[in-house]
Design a protein around this ligand. Structure first.
Ligand code: ATP
Ligand code: MG
Length: 189
């Protein structure tokens, strides 16, 4: 199955992002706005993982989550991949302890690899919340500029989700398991 690990921001924070972008939807017909139900912050993309790896994977991810404390972030501004001038993905950024988040992501990724998830993507993490995509390059510089002053309220990242992605006409995500972030040691491990 195709899996990734994500942070689920609280609905109130997603509401803020949605409200910030909504006034611009009509002006950007080239962008496909992603379903709010699917919004997430990807921490680690694991790719195709064999079923037999799942128990070990879950053990490793639980252990990684238990070694990291909750963190506070707020959504801020807008940006685009690969660039604002030739955007394919539009996102809102994260303000907060990015170094800690990158460490958590690296730890999840290393654990997943050790468990046998061999398709793990090792590109450097650039934390973001994707809100729109396009099939062609779109110059979204005016959109990025218009949203530069957007800042949402702080929210606590307190758990991680292991999510299964079923690709198809409509992408469907399903949370397989979730673990709290807590810097305490696991019992019985
Ligand atoms: P689709 O691929 O059909 O457009 P999607 O990108 O939403 O849909 P997935 O490709 O399964 O679904 O990706 C799940 C999550 O992992 C998304 O947040 C996506 O941005 C991220 N992701 C996908 N591929 C990679 C990758 N190679 N490296 C890093 N993150 C990735
Ligand atoms: Mg994809």
């Amino acid at each position: 199955m195709r899996l990734f690990v994500a942070l689920p921001p609280p609905p109130e924070s997603l509401d803020e992002v949605q409200r910030a972008f909504l006034p611009y939807h009509h002006a950007w017909p080239g962008l496909r706005w992603l379903s709010r139900d699917n919004w997430h912050v990807t921490l680690a993309f694991l790719g195709e993982v064999p079923d037999r790896v799942l128990p070990r994977l879950e053990e490793r991810l639980a252990r990684a989550a238990a070694r990291h404390a909750p963190m506070t972030f707020s959504f801020t501004g807008a940006g685009a991949f690969p660039s604002a001038r030739r955007s394919r993905v539009v996102w809102s950024g994260l303000d907060g302890p990015r170094a800690d988040l990158v460490k958590l992501a690296a730890s999840l990724q290393a654990g997943a690899r050790r468990a046998g998830a061999v398709e793990t993507d090792d590109k450097r993490l650039r934390p973001h919340l994707s809100v729109a995509r396009s099939r062609e390059d779109v110059d979204v510089r005016p959109l990025v500029a218009a949203l530069s002053s957007f800042t949402g309220a702080p929210w606590e990242a307190s758990e991680i989700h292991l999510v299964r992605s079923d690709l198809g006409a409509r992408v469907r995500y399903q949370t397989v398991e979730s673990w709290p972030l807590s810097r305490t040691t696991l019992q019985g491990g």
